[in-house]
Design a protein. Structure first.
Length: 112
């Protein structure tokens, strides 16, 4: 078991940590006391990022997980902004349909 001692009272077993890239695997420790993901299969359509990264200590795992979180949050904000644009376009299209419906009804009624 490879551990990281943060202070005398705290010890982290690296093999209990999940892969910070979210593939669901637990990290394994190599002969150099570095942890990495054992996943050889694809994740998100490609290799898991954790299978090629060596994490020398638990802080590196936490930092990698935070980087993934920050990236995903940026993607969410980008998609929310994109969605806002489409909502505005849909709202304008709905208004145009209502105006066209009123116009059509008025002209059909006048025509008799």
């Amino acid at each position: 078991m490879t551990t990281l001692t943060i202070d005398p009272a705290t010890t982290v077993d690296m093999t209990t940590l999940d892969c910070p890239y979210g593939c669901g695997e637990k990290l394994v420790v190599n002969e150099f006391s570095e942890a990495n993901c054992p996943t050889d299969g694809g994740w998100y359509g490609r290799e898991c990022e954790g299978c090629s990264a060596n994490f020398p200590h638990a802080d590196a795992v936490v930092d990698a997980a935070y980087d993934v979180y920050r990236f995903e949050k940026q993607q969410l904000r980008r998609w929310q902004a994109e969605l806002g644009k489409y909502r505005e376009l849909v709202s304008e299209a709905e208004k145009a349909v209502r105006r066209a419906d009123k116009r059509w009804s008025r002209i059909a009624t006048q025509h008799g």
